[in-house]
Write a protein that binds this ligand. Structure first.
Ligand SMILES: Nc1ncnc2c1ncn2[C@@H]1O[C@H](COP(=O)(O)OP(=O)(O)OP(=O)(O)O)[C@@H](O)[C@H]1O
Ligand SMILES: O=c1ccn([C@@H]2O[C@H](COP(=O)(O)O)[C@@H](O)[C@H]2O)c(=O)[nH]1
Length: 213
């Protein structure tokens, strides 16, 4: 009886598909800040593609370290094989089921790579899109740099390149998901707490429950 229940249970677990929310928006729109708030109140693991790439860049012996640093400094996008594999590993290592994938997919290569490798292993719930003007975003990133972020791309030269990439490569991806009816737009030009109130509405609309404190 017990072994039957265990077999039934493991069959059930192996059928659970990890759920994903992509979190997109311009550099400095507040994606990381909001993901951190969301993961405290909802049962979602925050996976920042940029943070995973920065960690990989620092990993002794990484064959990708130099390439990642060059791409980051120039606001260019790292090939999807690298980013997707880091995301996949982080998802598996977490042992969890729900993920906020912050800052990905950023271009056509990312989108196609994810669809090739991950779309049959995961379920995309929706895309959170934080809307914020380039002026406000630039001020925030420069502020973050001045406050000691240590990021090699929180400077005006890199920011210009990051915004070009965002406009040319990432906005078309957001439009693609918008056409599929998957985008929840959030005004990110107000305070973090005000932004979070709108985020909560978006999560409620898709039936996500807050974790009881
Ligand atoms: N709503 C907000 N109002 C004012 N400042 C904010 C707001 N949200 C975030 N910030 C600040 O702006 C900076 C960028 O925020 P954050 O790192 O969350 O953005 P991001 O979209 O993840 O950026 P990036 O894409 O560059 O990693 C941080 O210094 C953060 O404290
Ligand atoms: O999927 C991704 C995510 C990020 N990058 C590179 O990292 C920097 C910084 O990303 P943040 O999200 O702002 O932390 C980004 O400009 C890209 O160079 C990437 O290649 N692919």
């Amino acid at each position: 009886m017990l072994s039957c229940a265990v077999r039934h249970c493991s069959r059930y677990i192996s059928k659970m598909v990890p759920e994903v929310v992509f979190v997109l928006g311009a550099p400095g729109a507040g994606k990381g800040t909001q993901c951190s708030l969301i993961s405290k109140e909802y049962d979602f693991v925050h996976l920042s593609a940029g943070d995973l790439l920065r960690e990989e860049r620092q990993r002794p012996g990484s064959e990708y370290g130099e390439m990642i640093e060059e791409k980051i400094r120039n606001g260019q996008i790292v090939p999807v094989e690298v980013t997707c594999s880091l995301l996949h590993k982080a998802m598996q290592n977490s042992g969890k089921q729900r993920f906020l994938v912050d800052g990905f997919p950023r271009n056509k290569d990312n989108l196609e790579g994810w669809e090739r490798v991950m779309s049959d292993k995961t379920k995309l719930l929706f895309v959170l899109f934080f809307e914020c003007s380039p002026e406000i975003c630039t001020e925030r990133c420069l502020g973050r740099g001045a406050a000691g972020s240590g990021r090699s791309d929180d400077n005006l030269d890199s920011l210009k390149k990051r915004f070009n990439t965002y406009i040319n490569d990432t906005l078309p991806i957001i439009n693609h998901y918008d056409e599929l009816g998957l985008v929840r737009r959030i005004n990110a030009e107000v305070s973090p707490n005000e932004v979070f109130q709108d985020v909560k509405v978006a999560f409620q609309e898709v039936g996500m429950q807050q974790i009881a404190n």
